[in-house]
Design a protein around this ligand. Structure first.
Ligand code: CAO
Length: 632
């Protein structure tokens, strides 16, 4: 086994602080696995391993200041075959680490090669979509090799390379709409041709930059030397029309090794942006066009340049790359401290880094933070109910205890569940209990039996209750309201619609008896019978279940002495009716048997106070005890 010392490579700056050690002694790592994350006040970068093997010893700790050549790790190489050159095997060797964190692109030899920008040729139509990109950055292609396939609603066509060379940047992606003159890619070509735009196959170079007004010039800003072959555009910091100053950040680039700001070498107005987020760019790729003031000292190129000229990076440009500051904005708009690898991981998972709490030094977001965040999010759906964001009872394997069958809930059941949860949680409920002496009313109802038969309509106690509730709504308009979501307004209704809870095979529904205050007991009884029947048959329309002001839920036929119904929002009160019971009643001189209907009136305490609730319920009880009051 060979033990190798891996040293800090050329980090493009004098020194940097180790802010994250991504490995530990004993770890088995592969080529390009991140060993450290370094950060200066200008940049952050991952330092990858140039070799694969098992880490024997770590020589750097978090917080250490490191410079090129410092020992990072001792590593037992996975196999001798993967060992670097013998000189690199010796600890004393110069920091000839195989992979520098910021790989320096092989520079084009000015005498023997040049960069050619390949444009969309005359395609015989205004525009077309890119449906395939047939090359990749790094490919060496020959003249006439297909580089992209375009398609319009009329035709599809291959676009061949106008000359051979190495693809060093691709400016388009599948789905882009392009037209004649759109930049497709950059080719490093043999020969000494000037760095210029090369039209593809027999296609003339597009017209020169638009004529600039007197005293101004259109200049093209290209990607400067970024210290690596290519990088992705991860953010565009300007918009067309923006006035930019020297050193204003134009775009943020990121490779798998580093992220960096590209500052403007000139000031002026942005007239076009030729890249978009996700594009891969390389040194020389056109970024933007800027209308500059020709006389402005910050504009090194005065005349409206030709394309050939504008492709040339400006000699007087400021330091071409300002690596990403310690914090860079992300989707949430929040500044985030994170290294390129972490950003890449976050993008892969679609995580907004701004939302991830950083646990690294100075609140830096590290890989574990992103992983933990994703894990938490993945677990959430199992912990909350749809839409409610609340803990729910986890599913169990009930089959362990006996035979079970899983059936889908009806749509009504599902909706009821959601509404009940919402109403139970949102509304501060109070239930007022009372009882109505319905002895006389029941006697009266019984006396109507013959007439009921004649009319074919049976009046149940519920019809009287609905009518009594409608009267109460008129008497106590405070109950005929709905709270508005803004928490500042209340809707006061001028109509009295009473809903009745109906138990159906598909679940609970609440059809609404419209204008119950204006209807006779006979009409109300008819509607109750109709709703009960159609409810059982699943034939009550949704429009018939809307517009309620108050709900009555009668379990009187079923039993019970009281219950606490849940308010049917946006209404603010509901009356629960339980089974009548004959009880002894003290009439002042003696106990007499009387028939009582238990009333349970739940209300939204935000809208109704307890005193009103007591009066309202007592009023219903009073009317039910003497229905002659309904004609008062
Ligand atoms: N005490 C004693 N008996 C009562 C009563 C009460 N409070 N209310 C009704 N009854 C009697 C009726 O008089 C009738 O008896 P008779 O046939 O001898 O006259 C019997 O109970 C059946 O009445 P009904 O149910 O046919 O008619 P209704 O008008 O009382 O109710 C309806 C109709 C549709 C509301 C009812 O069928 C129903 O679905 N109730 C369930 C409501 C519900 O599920 N509520 C809970 C919702 S969750 O909060």
């Amino acid at each position: 086994m060979t033990t190798e010392i891996i040293r800090v490579p050329d980090i493009g700056m004098d020194s940097a602080t180790c802010i994250e050690v991504s490995v530990k002694a004993g770890d088995v790592i592969g080529v390009d696995d991140t060993i450290l994350v370094l950060e200066s006040d200008k940049a952050s970068m991952d330092v990858p391993s140039p070799v694969a093997g098992k880490i024997v010893q770590l020589k750097i700790q978090e917080g250490d200041s490191v410079t090129e050549g410092d020992e990072m790790i001792y590593i037992e190489l996975a196999s001798d075959a993967s060992a670097p050159s013998s000189s690199a095997n010796t600890p004393a060797a110069a920091p000839a680490v195989a992979a520098a964190p910021v790989a320096v692109a092989p520079q084009a030899n000015a005498e023997t090669s040049s960069v050619t920008t390949v444009l969309v040729p005359d395609i015989g139509m205004d525009s077309a979509n890119i449906i395939e990109i047939a090359v990749q950055v790094g490919d060496v292609i020959a003249e006439e090799d297909t580089i992209v396939i375009l398609e319009s609603d009329k035709a599809s066509m291959d676009v061949p390379a106008p000359q051979g060379g190495e693809v060093i940047a691709i400016s388009v992606q599948v789905g882009d709409t392009v037209s004649e003159g759109s930049i497709l890619l950059e080719l490093k070509t043999a020969g000494s041709a000037p760095a210029s735009v090369a039209a593809t196959n027999s296609v003339a170079e597009p017209a020169a930059a638009p004529a600039a007004p007197a005293g101004s010039a259109i200049e093209t800003v290209t990607v400067p030397d970024i210290g690596m072959d290519s990088a992705s555009v991860i953010e565009i910091a300007i918009q067309v029309g923006d006035q930019i100053a020297l050193d204003d950040t134009l775009v943020v680039l990121e490779s798998d090794k580093a992220s960096m700001d590209v500052p403007s070498p000139i000031s002026g107005e942005v007239v076009s942006i030729t890249v978009k987020v996700g594009d891969t760019v390389a040194q020389g790729t056109q970024l933007i066009e800027v209308k500059t003031n020709a006389a402005a000292p910050s504009a090194p190129v005065v005349a409206a340049p030709s394309r050939a000229e504008v492709k040339t990076p400006k000699a007087e440009a400021p330091a071409p790359v300002i690596p990403v500051p310690a914090s860079a904005p992300v989707a949430s708009g929040k500044a985030v401290h994170a290294g390129p690898a972490v950003r890449k991981l976050a993008r892969e998972f679609g995580v907004d880094l701004g939302a991830v709490p950083g646990t690294g030094p100075r609140g830096r977001v590290i890989k574990d933070d992103v992983a933990g965040w994703v894990k938490k999010r993945l677990q959430e759906p199992q912990q909350i109910t749809a839409g409610a964001g609340l803990p729910t009872v986890p599913d169990q394997d009930f089959a362990r205890f006996g035979t079970v069958e899983i059936k889908e809930m009806s749509r009504i059941q599902q909706l009821t569940a959601v509404n009940m949860v919402r109403n139970a949680l949102v509304i501060p409920h109070v239930t007022q209990f009372d009882e109505a002496d319905v002895t006389d009313t029941e006697a009266f109802r019984q006396s109507l039996k013959g007439e009921m038969e004649k009319r074919g309509v049976k009046i149940s106690p519920l019809a009287f209750i609905v009518k009594a509730c409608a009267a109460a709504m008129i008497e106590f308009p405070k109950f005929n309201v709905s709270l508005m979501a803004d928490g500042k307004h209340m809707v006061h209704k001028q109509y009295v619609n009473i809903g009745i809870a109906v138990d159906t095979p598909n679940g609970l529904i609440v059809p609404v008896i419209k204008d119950a205050d204006k209807k006779s007991i006979w009409q109300i009884a008819e509607e109750i019978i109709d709703f009960a029947k159609r409810g059982r048959d699943g034939k009550v329309k949704s429009v018939e279940m809307q517009g309620g002001c108050f709900t009555v839920s009668s379990l009187g036929a079923l039993g019970g002495t009281a219950f606490t119904p849940i308010v049917n929002a946006p209404e603010v009160a509901i009356l629960g009716v339980s089974k009548n019971a004959i009880k002894p009643h003290w009439n002042g001189t003696e106990f007499v048997p009387r028939n009582f209907t238990p009333l349970s009136m739940s209300y939204d305490h935000r809208a109704i106070n307890g005193a009103d609730a007591a009066k309202f319920t007592a009023f219903i009880a009073l009317v039910l005890s003497d229905v002659r009051r309904l004609v008062l």
